[in-house]
Design a protein around this ligand. Sequence first.
Ligand SMILES: Cc1cc(C(C)C)[n+](CCc2cnc[nH]2)c(C(C)C)c1
Ligand SMILES: [Zn+2]
Length: 258
Amino acid sequence: RWGYGKEDGPSVWYKNYPVAEGSRQSPIDIVPNEASRDRSLDPIIINYDQCTSINISNNGHSVVVEFNDSDDRSVIKGGPLDNPYRLKQFHFHWGGKGCEGSEHTVSGTGFASELHLVHWNAVKYKTFGEASTAPDGLAVLGIFLETGDDHRWLHMITDVLYMVKYKDSITNFKGFNPKCLLPSRLHYWTYLGSLTTPPLHESVIWIVLKEPIEVSEKQLGMFRMLLFTGEEDDQRLRMENNFRPPQPLKGRIVHSSN
Ligand SMILES: Cc1cc(C(C)C)[n+](CCc2cnc[nH]2)c(C(C)C)c1
Ligand SMILES: [Zn+2]
């Protein structure tokens, strides 16, 4: 299968997933003064008030918090989106040391980590699976994490990571509302892209927030105690550097909210 190592990492994914060399792959390097400032771009609207989490798991690639997406209780809308998109899950990508770990970069600079809040278009598609292969099926909100002070709410997640240390482990994680992970300003860049891991479907409307959130080196270090490997595996591989590097823009325009 695929991973983030030398033998199975991003540089060889094209062998089993030819779309890796497609025309709308993610992530990308965002160059702010090459982005087109659209005054017509509305603010994004995030309604997470009725939102509650269900579980937290280690899928062997990242740590994932899942939500009940059986109704429109938690949605993102406005901005570049024609419909409300339902929150399905969020997860993180991070590095092995401070300066790299995010998937998107800004003028060539990476951040220590990147949070992805994954939403799907339940107006046009019946299931997440169907939406995940449609060109306007998913909307992923990307938030950069930079190291600095402790994040006052991230400990809710880092405190339970020991429960999902191994691949395929899962535990109850109710009542967590991810609005506490949002930065104060919702200015964003948006462009058409893809999933950043196989199957790399070109189905994502990316909304990347300009303002990072601050987390401490200690909190970030907790993510690195997770393992890519399972409890029974003879190899113990620390989960870190689970990010794909930026991909060619191939003529795409990045739009910038004001
Ligand atoms: C929770 C989750 C995890 C993953 C990867 C890390 C396997 N993926 C696959 C690819 C991806 C992760 N981040 C951007 N794309 C998704 C998709 C469906 C958005 C969701
Ligand atoms: Zn992701």
